[in-house]
Write a new protein. Sequence first.
Length: 212
Amino acid sequence: MKQNLRLPLIFAGSYLFAITIIHIIPELFSISLNPSRVGLYVLIGFFMQQFLEYFSSGVEHGHVHTHKAVSTSGRFSIIVALMIHSILEGTLLTHDSPFHEKHESYSLLLGIVLHKMPAAFALMATMQGLGKRAVYILILFSLASPLGMVLGDFILLSEDAVLIVFAIVCGSFLHISTTIFVEASPEHHFGLNKILISLLGAVLAILVEFMI
């Protein structure tokens, strides 16, 4: 299972990394009056994601835990950590931007979808043995980012608060995408097929960003 997810993970990680570099970071700093403070929140988001992964066991970047039993409390921790991350992600899709109309950030939407797909497979593999309850968990996981989008629309945050959330999610994306690259080459051997897949992910991000 883990081997089957590796190339799709690299593709999704490459897309997510590219869209963070060419879309999120330029947009984030263009709307900020204090770039140093924004950089601090990006850093906080990076390490906050590391903290969340202590509880989620890395499911959001494709970690599969079928080799050992996961306790009930462990499953609960995974679900809560994934929900927090997903809700924050969803808020990205509702912010005002000098680069696109509200709700028209298609490159970000595709990035979230691509990175959620292998995460969903890993989540279901980790939750195996729960029977029909695993399906309910999958539905809950799939609704988390849309819930974040709805909350982003209806909770009137100040411009500073929106900027902070945006920066934190940016840091989170940087952590997830770079972790995927590191874990895809545990022996520091990044083969030609992995290079081509990662380039394909980056090219898709460029095409979606500048052509749609």
